[in-house]
Design a protein around this ligand. Structure first.
Ligand code: C2O
Ligand code: CU
Length: 491
């Protein structure tokens, strides 16, 4: 596509400007003078999921999109060129960047029209495993996502090599595309995801399995998330763009320590990840270091990231990603020493499903990244409810409106109290800030996205240090698009 008809690239600030914004931006212009330039062509392309050819929406024709890798303090300059039939934007998930680069239509920028371009340029203040995706409709669910890795030369992690592992759920068949899926949800209420719906049982072509608690692979339905598989039926799950029968692989050496950078880019699926027989040493949550902890498997909600180091054994092992509550899985092979039977993954997945998964709430941020002790200046309650007959998900009884939000002030310690009154889990995400879960010791992990379990309340704290209008929402894209979003608005 061409830049024809594109608006001149003036990052338009729709939200009110404040002198604080300028100050924050100046503060962020720290550290390095390096700028990395990249081009993101959002367009329609053919991709191969591993014997399953699909035509879908991608960045630069790749699935996942090509990784962007910079160093902390560097500037990123990304030219988005919109070759899609719809307007789009890019949101840089996990970064405390300047507000006008956050990619939220109406709040921080106008949508980028088909055929137009927009240049994102900002400094990345926080190291870690992050990612990016559009913030328009459910476009993310078509395959528009890619890793954004911000390296910190001094992050202290001890490993030999890295492996970025991106998890996704793939729509096809019945729902075809996210717009249709969302329209169906709105038309039929919860029928697509309601496990009591009789038409779901034995639906042809679904490796999702019947819905009465037996997932069709002999795996128990997980009680971890309240047992609900999600709102939309996904015939496939993917690791780095591949279904389980056609995995990607990497070569490694026995004894090598690999840092796995796990990213859940799915729209409606939590993943349980593990390497059969190999302990994970969890080191980071959403990019921020934690006191390392061993686990057999970890659980990631949509939008969450987690880093863990493994030591490669003297045999080929899969990194398995199980769609929690759905029974399907995908994998990535680490080839080392003896070959192993690829079909052994079925049994390994079943074993993994039966092991206890590490809850991120059990982790503790390291001393250096823990918020200084302070009581909150303001507490906002966010009551999460839905979906009712109209398929509407609400926060404090209201569906999203860009001009309606929760006021905060610069310099405040803000507490968010997410109260989940629904029967589904919600991975709640805050833009432009990283919060700290209030664990039993007041020192849970630093995160920007955290699962709120059905019927439960989750409290998180953050320091209001990045003025602007910041979206806060459920990272189930269907919940978000059906209203479960609000704005943290600096006043
Ligand atoms: Cu990755 Cu507003 O989200
Ligand atoms: Cu939700």
């Amino acid at each position: 596509c061409t830049a024809q008809g594109s608006a001149p690239n003036t990052p338009t600030r729709v939200a009110p400007t404040s002198p604080l914004v300028a100050a924050a931006e100046r503060d962020r212009r720290t550290a390095t003078t390096r700028t990395t330039s990249t081009v993101l062509n959002a367009g329609i392309s053919d991709v191969d999921l591993g014997g399953v050819p699909v035509t879908t929406w991608t960045y630069n024709g790749e699935l996942p999109g090509t990784e962007i890798r910079i160093k902390r303090g560097d500037a990123l300059r990304a030219r988005l060129s919109n070759g899609l039939p719809q307007p789009t934007t890019v949101h840089w998930h996990g970064l405390a960047l300047r507000n006008d680069m956050d990619g939220v239509p109406v709040l921080t920028q106008p949508e980028v029209a088909p055929g137009a371009e927009f240049i994102y340029e900002f400094v990345a203040p926080d190291a870690g495993t992050h990612w990016f995706h559009p913030h328009v409709g459910a476009q993310l669910d078509r395959g528009l996502y890619a890793p954004l890795i911000v390296e910190d030369p001094a992050d202290g992690a001890d490993y030999d090599s890295e492996l970025v592992v991106v998890l996704d759920d793939w729509l096809d068949g019945l729902d075809r595309d996210p717009d249709t899926a969302l329209a169906n949800l709105k038309k039929n209420g919860m029928v697509m995801g309601d496990r009591s719906a009789p038409h779901m049982a034995g639906m042809p072509g679904m490796d999702h399995g019947p819905v009465d608690g037996d997932t069709g692979m002999g795996m128990p339905q997980s009680a971890l998330l309240g047992g609900d598989a999600g709102d939309v039926v996904y015939p496939h799950v993917l690791v780095n763009g591949r279904i389980s029968s056609a995995p990607r692989s990497v070569n490694a050496k026995p004894g090598q320590r690999i840092r796995l950078r796990l990213i859940n880019a799915a729209s409606d699926t939590a993943f349980r990840v593990g390497v059969p027989g190999i302990p994970l040493r969890v080191t980071h949550t959403d990019g921020f270091p934690v006191v390392p902890k061993q686990a057999d498997t970890v659980l990631l909600g949509m939008g969450e990231r987690l880093d863990a180091v493994i030591t490669v054994p003297d045999r080929t092992v899969p990194v398995l990603a199980l769609a929690e509550g759905r029974g399907s899985y995908a994998q990535l092979l680490i080839r080392s020493g003896r070959e192993s039977d690829p079909t052994a993954s079925d049994a390994a997945a079943q074993q993994l499903a039966a092991l206890p998964a590490l809850a991120t709430g059990d982790l503790r941020a390291t001393e250096e990244v823990s918020l200084p002790k302070r009581s909150p200046d303001v507490t906002h309650n966010l009551v999460l409810e839905g979906p009712g007959a109209k398929y509407e998900w609400t926060i404090n009884g209201k569906a999203y409106r860009p001009d309606d939000g929760l006021p905060i002030r610069a310099e405040q310690r803000v507490r968010l109290r997410f109260e989940n009154k629904s029967t589904m889990f919600h991975p709640m995400h805050v833009h432009g800030h990283t919060f700290q879960l209030i664990g039993p010791n007041g020192r849970g992990p630093r995160k920007d996205t955290a699962i709120v379990l059905p019927g439960k309340t989750l409290e998180v704290d953050f320091d209001a240090n990045n003025p602007g209008q910041w979206l806060t929402h459920c990272h189930n894209v269907y919940h978000g698009e059906a209203g479960m979003m609000t704005v943290l608005s600096y006043v």
